[in-house]
Design a protein around this ligand. Structure first.
Ligand SMILES: C[S@@+](CC[C@H](N)C(=O)[O-])C[C@H]1O[C@@H](n2cnc3c(N)ncnc32)[C@H](O)[C@@H]1O
Length: 245
């Protein structure tokens, strides 16, 4: 199914991305506007879900990678978040939510048009009328990753939980026919080299909007980035999409 090898280590994810936070206030405003209960798809290690639960929202976190979910559960302790291991494309919880979202380009991990539409349909059947679904997606027209970079280049570095220097580098391959990008991430720790592929689908933003409408969403807004700026095809920031059921 989906090549999610990259999500086999929740602690490493938190070390690399746990401090990423430009979207936190956006999802807080969204939950305050549309209300709870809140459903996060691809909740990972709970980076956003836990913050919302701490604010008093009833939150369900759905995640397909067991290692990510185990880390979310450990971080939450006895804090009341409902963590569920499931694939959002075929979700059937039999209940509805007022706010549903997929943070940190999670939606792009659905790597075919069919998968993305299946997820939209699943979200739609889990939303109360008037509720909203939000997610961000890179704009393939302008995103600088949407091209071939065959030569390995440095991405970032950090110290892991044992104090060892980790150097992260990689390259990527772009397929314009399928709008998919395969990132190859290479991590070097001491003499060890770890190499993993992750595929993302950079769907054209107008296609996402048309598909949401086709699935039954009504009011759909697209903004550039999380600071509520106007979006157009030339926007280099992620499209931030909010679709009401
Ligand atoms: C970039 S991470 C984001 C994690 C978290 N939401 C955050 O903001 O830090 C994307 C997550 O989506 C999950 N994911 C990918 N495909 C999924 C699917 N079909 N169903 C549920 N989760 C999925 C991955 O396992 C990964 O944890």
């Amino acid at each position: 199914m989906i090549g999610l090898d990259e999500y086999g280590d929740g602690e490493r994810y938190d070390q690399e991305y746990g401090a990423w936070e430009p979207d936190g206030p956006f999802y807080e405003r969204l939950a305050h506007r549309y209300g709870g209960p809140v459903l996060e798809l691809g909740c990972g290690t709970g980076r956003v879900a836990l913050g919302l639960a701490r604010q008093g929202f009833a939150v369900v976190g759905v995640e397909v990678a067991p290692a990510m979910l185990a880390r979310a559960r450990a971080k939450a302790g006895h804090f009341p978040v409902e963590w569920l291991e499931a694939d959002c494309r075929v979700l059937g919880l039999g209940r509805r939510f007022c706010t549903v979202f997929m943070a940190a380009n999670g939606f792009q991990h659905l790597v075919t048009a069919e998968d993305q539409i299946a997820a939209m349909e699943a979200v739609h059947r889990h939303l109360e009328p008037g509720g909203a679904f939000a997610f961000n997606a890179r704009n393939p027209v302008t995103n600088e990753d949407a091209r071939d970079v065959d030569e390995e280049y440095p991405w970032h570095s950090y110290r892991d939980g044992q104090g060892r220097a980790v150097r992260v580098s990689g390259y990527h391959r772009w397929s314009p026919e399928t709008h998919t990008l395969v990132y190859t991430t290479i991590r070097r720790v001491g003499g060890a080299v770890d190499r993993r592929d992750l595929t993302l689908r950079f769907a054209p933003i107008p296609w996402l909007v048309a598909s949401l409408r086709h699935v039954g969403f009504r009011a759909i807004t697209v903004r550039a980035g999380f600071a509520d700026e106007p979006f157009d095809e030339a926007s280099s920031q992620d499209a931030v999409i909010v679709a009401e059921a």
